[in-house]
Design a protein around this ligand. Structure first.
Ligand code: GLC
Length: 563
């Protein structure tokens, strides 16, 4: 994960230096209050944000039938989402030593720019080479942001959203090639110049990252976080700002553009998300598809219906429809589907083909036959021409539950599989980033002999405590908080003692990762989110969306609204 910093000024690239004043933004947002709104206002706004159904947003389009799931019972049976988020009280949780320790560590990871908190550093570990762990990563900041939102301290989240939006507007170049306008940075850093007493931001859009891959997930996380902020604070004014609306549209332009695609899934380079190294996750990786789906749904809630927004809303609705059909049909694997693939004929031509992607049954890995439980299923890692990646990926499957990309039945099945394959996926430390590891010849070919991604280490079957928050949220959404509790208890036996490692190695996740950083912020924040969400499950609403049950034509829609 080592990377070079590009000194943007030296290379003639645009540095925001003095032009960035939080300042411009502060002007714009000066009326924005950080304080939680009065309760009634809060609830009203949250309700309007939640209840705005796809139908309301897309009147005039033919209604996608999959959203018409009116018969589905609400999934928050145990813990109805009241929409009222009270800041965490010092009852129980904050008196627990491990929680207090984690909160302190999280505060120590805060990064300030010109006196204001703008994010959290990836790891506060002075014992190891910094590489880029001294930066604020967009994806890493998400669990930190959730903690601050749950604690009723949204300022850093607002600053982060504004700051990264400013970074988006930089000119982004790799050699002679200019990246898309909407690309969000993977990470940024504050540079202090003690001599001139100035602070400058530098960002990495992939031009410094190992492998030079742009982070496709950053833009999606940004939209998802903007919605979490709006939902949690009830403050719609940030998302409504023209700058935020434009930022969203730029991100959406990148992923909704027409091209040569025959599938509604998003085509990606290897290593463009959490797994940011070559790991055979190019093509149509589940992590990106699930984040894409979630971001599209969040954008639908946040976009204004002005002239510019409207066009996007319609494109999003069509894409969501096609994407969910594709994912639910072709990425889904359970015992029956596995058996069907096992018996596939190949070389079929025309519309009547059953084996549409021409997958060779001989390419099915041995392990998957034992791994597949009788009850349960999951979304495949990747599906493309003659290619099915059967590996189970945690983030994509949990996000599929949270975004309702998975049907309620599929969500149940994903949880069933996690429970029946507990030893493989959770073992002694939650949670495997993917399962199983690739080894030997396959490892050589797929990773390019990457010594950091040897079997059962790091991205190759390593266990990442940060994933605990996603598991917990998925557990709460599917009504299985006890499963999350079990995982959290496991993490509690070691995380603090081991100084909050970035990841664990081994089949059971028993060993602190070979090159794992200590005091890795998202390990700390992931644990806190899990604890706080379990304590007050109404927080789930920040990161989860119900299946749109109200998909019916509506008679009227106004040209703009407030969330
Ligand atoms: C590693 C992870 C990446 C994370 C970064 C900072 O590169 O693979 O997902 O964002 O570290 O923690």
């Amino acid at each position: 994960m080592s990377m070079l910093f590009v000194d943007v000024t030296q290379n003639g690239r645009v540095s925001i230096d003095s032009s960035i004043t939080m300042d411009d933004f502060e002007e714009c947002f000066s009326r924005l209050s950080d304080k939680p709104r009065p309760l009634n206002m809060n609830t009203d706004r949250q309700r309007s944000c939640d209840e705005k159904s796809l139908s309301e947003l897309t009147m005039g389009l033919s209604p996608p039938p999959f959203f018409r799931n009116v018969d589905n019972p609400p999934r928050f049976m145990d813990h109805p989402d009241t929409g009222v988020h009270t800041p965490i009280s010092p009852n129980g949780l904050e008196t627990q030593p491990m929680v207090t320790e984690a909160l302190d560590a999280l505060r120590r990871s805060l990064v300030f720019f010109r006196g204001r908190p703008v994010g959290t550093i990836a790891a506060v570990d002075s014992s190891d080479e910094n590489l880029n762990y001294d930066q604020v990563f967009v994806r890493d900041f998400v669990p930190s942001a959730l903690v601050f939102l749950m604690k009723g301290e949204p300022e850093v989240v607002k600053n982060f959203l504004i700051k990264t939006l400013r970074l988006q507007s930089w000119e982004k170049k790799i050699d002679q090639f200019q990246l898309g306008e909407g690309v969000m940075p993977a990470s940024f850093k504050v540079l202090h110049d003690p001599r001139r007493n100035t602070e400058t931001l530098i960002a990495d859009f992939g031009e410094s990252a190992i492998g030079r891959v742009a982070p496709v997930d950053s833009g999606f996380w940004w939209i998802i976080l903007l919605r979490a902020y709006t939902k949690s604070t009830g403050d719609t004014s940030l998302a409504e700002k023209p700058e935020c609306q434009k930022g969203m549209r730029l991100i959406l332009s990148l992923c909704l553009s027409e091209g040569f695609d025959t599938f509604p899934t998003l085509l990606c380079a290897d290593g463009c998300s959490m797994i940011d190294r070559r790991m055979g996750v190019y093509g149509y990786p589940i992590e990106i598809q699930a984040l894409f789906f979630m971001a599209l749904r969040c954008a639908l809630l946040l976009l204004k219906q002005d002239a510019e927004g409207k066009a996007f809303v319609e494109r999003i609705a069509k894409r969501l429809h096609a994407l969910s059909f594709h994912m639910r049909s072709y990425f889904w694997l359970d015992l029956k589907q596995l058996n069907d693939i096992y018996r596939y004929k190949t070389e079929e031509y025309s519309h009547t083909a059953v084996n549409k992607f021409n997958v060779m049954p001989d390419s099915l890995p041995e392990w998957v036959f034992d791994f597949m439980p009788k009850h349960g299923g999951y979304f495949l890692g990747n599906v493309g021409p003659s290619n099915m990646d059967f590996r189970w990926f945690c983030l994509g499957n949990c996000m599929a539950i949270l975004s309702s990309l998975a049907t309620p039945e599929q969500s149940t099945a994903i949880m069933d599989l996690i429970e029946s394959r507990w030893e493989e996926l959770v073992g002694e430390m939650p949670l495997k980033v993917c399962y199983p590891a690739i080894e030997s010849h396959e490892w050589r070919i797929i990773t390019g002999c990457d010594p950091k991604n040897t079997r059962w280490s790091y991205h190759n079957g390593g266990s990442w405590p940060v994933l605990l928050w996603l598991l917990t949220a998925a557990c709460i959404k599917t009504g299985r908080p006890q499963v999350a509790r079990r995982a959290i208890e496991l993490a509690e036996t070691r995380l603090s003692k081991d100084n909050w490692p970035e990841y664990y190695d081994g089949k059971l996740g028993r060993y602190i990762g070979k090159q794992a950083r200590k005091f890795q912020t998202w390990s700390i924040a992931g644990y806190l989110v899990a604890k706080m969400m379990l304590e007050d499950p109404s927080h789930l609403g920040m990161v989860a969306l119900e299946e749109d049950k109200q998909m019916k034509p509506v008679l009227k829609r106004s040209s703009s609204w407030t969330l």
